[in-house]
Design a protein around this ligand. Structure first.
Ligand code: AMP
Length: 230
């Protein structure tokens, strides 16, 4: 099964994807996490994309699609070895028409197809408050919020003791850039997915556990291509 979680930055996509992937038995494919790991490890790729990432711009499609194709091949290998992997949950991908087309082609080339697109909806003011307050542990990636979910000791991760910091792209300039990009480039992809009967909407302005339940139900409810009203 191949599922996309779609929603603007701050909609809780990353949090939900991390909770849902193990529950659904899917491999998490979060392009933002892959890029952060490459930057932190200072690989060739990390060095090439750091400036783009820090501005909140999109990494070029060829690079992004190449990374996702590698992940799809990993999943195929794991499945061939009978390792119980059922597919992928995409977080932060696709973000452009070219990426969406490349994903369809990459899945088709591997005898697979997209099964669901879950759209997480959150009002704009809530997105901005969440993003400006977001902090992450540099070491283990745990996500906090200065307002709604601060670490017990300011700046120190509850889970691993690592430094809790603001992401470079969670500063006001990049936040605006990233939200503008989402509404210009990514949100329009939903129209096509909706025409294909793949979209389920979930209200993301509710407690985390509740949103997880609703997404899990939305994924389990539908078989591919089936159109259900309401
Ligand atoms: P995220 O963690 O999903 O908010 O992504 C953080 C940053 O990684 C974005 O602002 C982009 O610079 C880059 N990025 C993540 N996913 C993609 C993608 N699908 N296409 C292009 N750039 C991406």
């Amino acid at each position: 099964m191949y599922v996309i979680l779609m929603g603007p930055q701050g909609s809780g996509k990353g949090t939900q994807a991390a909770r849902l992937a193990p529950r659904l038995g899917l491999t998490l494919v979060a392009t933002g996490d892959l890029f952060r790991a490459a930057i932190a490890a200072q690989t060739d790729l990390g060095r090439r994309i750091k400036a783009i990432y820090d501005r909140g711009d999109l990494v070029p499609d060829e690079i992004t699609v190449g990374l996702v194709e590698e992940k799809l091949d990993d999943i195929r290998r794991e499945r061939a070895l009978g390792e119980g992997v059922a597919g992928a949950l995409f977080d932060g991908f696709p973000r452009t028409r070219a990426q969406a087309d490349a994903l369809d082609a990459a899945l088709a080339a591997r005898g697979e197809r997209l099964d669901r697109v879950v759209q997480i909806e959150v009002p704009l003011e809530t997105l901005i408050t969440r993003l400006t307050g977001r902090r992450v542990c540099k070491r283990c990636g745990t996500v906090y919020n200065v307002e709604s979910n601060p670490p017990r000791q300011p700046g120190v991760c509850d889970r691993c003791g690592g430094a809790v910091v603001q992401r470079d792209d969670d500063k006001p300039g990049p936040i605006k850039e990233r939200l503008d990009l989402y509404f210009a480039e990514t949100a329009p992809l939903l129209a096509d997915y909706r025409d294909r009967g793949l979209v389920e909407q979930v209200d993301g302005d509710q407690p985390i556990e509740r949103v997880t339940e609703e997404i899990a139900r939305a994924v389990e409810r539908r078989s591919a291509g089936q159109k259900v009203e309401g």
